[in-house]
Design a binder for this molecule. Structure first.
Ligand code: URA
Length: 244
């Protein structure tokens, strides 16, 4: 007899689910469950929970920061300007957003697109770890500081670690973690866009198991809050305060 999964099952059980169809169904089932999450105060201000989107059996997964204005309305991650840039960069390496899986550290929009709070990350991180167990990507691209620090388990910021693959094991899943700049950071900073583009160019080899190391690019100096991308009107979906 097939045993049904229960909400109270510990996350470790996911590690024994191998078949892609079963993992796909389990991800859908859990997403429906997570839609009513009330683990933190963001439940009171969100329009909806934004779990993730894309191919549930993807080799490549992206992890951003948190839903912004448009994501909160549509229930899909990276649908604003940063998302369009992400799609363009994916297209340049021959991939579409339907072929990858896209998620965020937080599943609910912080009011006014402020930074995620440590307590919110703590409450929400279990969902991301469950997604990793179910999707089983080979490569996880962390977009910006919040995702990079959470999944690398290191306080080193994105400017220090970008473009260098790190091997990490999450439960039953070993991945190449590949930190890159958040596309929202590159929207108004051409030098950052070029670095992002060069990091994207390293992805096909990394996916093929080549363990590529991104081309060494001069790092920008520390960026003050004043030098960070301005909060222009069209930038409201980027919800990022950059900390380099
Ligand atoms: N949209 C998202 O879904 N996540 C981000 O981090 C930025 C924009």
């Amino acid at each position: 007899m097939t045993r049904r999964h229960h909400a109270s099952d510990p996350p470790a059980r996911i590690g024994v689910v191998v078949d892609a169809d079963t993992r796909r169904q389990e991800l859908e089932r859990r997403a429906a469950e997570w839609a009513s999450c009330e683990r933190c105060a963001l439940a009171g201000s969100r329009t909806q929970v934004v779990v993730g989107s894309g191919e549930p059996d993807a080799d490549l997964m992206f992890v951003g920061e948190a839903p912004g204005f448009h994501e909160d309305k549509q229930g899909i991650p990276f649908v604003g300007q940063a998302g369009r840039l992400l799609e363009t960069l994916l297209g340049e390496i021959g991939l579409s957003r339907e072929q990858v899986y896209i998620a965020n550290v937080l599943k609910c929009r912080p009011p006014g697109n402020r930074d995620p709070l440590p307590a919110e990350i703590e409450s929400c991180q279990g969902y991301l770890y469950d997604q990793i167990q179910l999707i089983r990507p080979r490569v996880i691209c962390t977009l910006g500081n919040f995702a990079t620090k959470l999944l690398s388990g290191s306080p080193l910021g994105i400017t220090r670690v970008r473009g260098q693959a790190q091997q990490h094991t999450f439960g039953a899943v070993t991945v190449q973690l590949f930190p890159i700049y958040h596309p929202a950071a590159a929207l108004y900073t051409p030098a950052m866009l070029e670095m992002l583009r060069s990091d994207f160019a390293a992805l096909p080899a990394l996916l093929a198991g080549g363990g590529a190391v991104a081309e060494a690019v001069p790092q920008p100096g520390p960026m003050s809050a004043a030098a960070a991308p301005a909060a222009e009107p069209e930038f409201d979906d980027a919800q990022l305060t950059f900390q380099f």
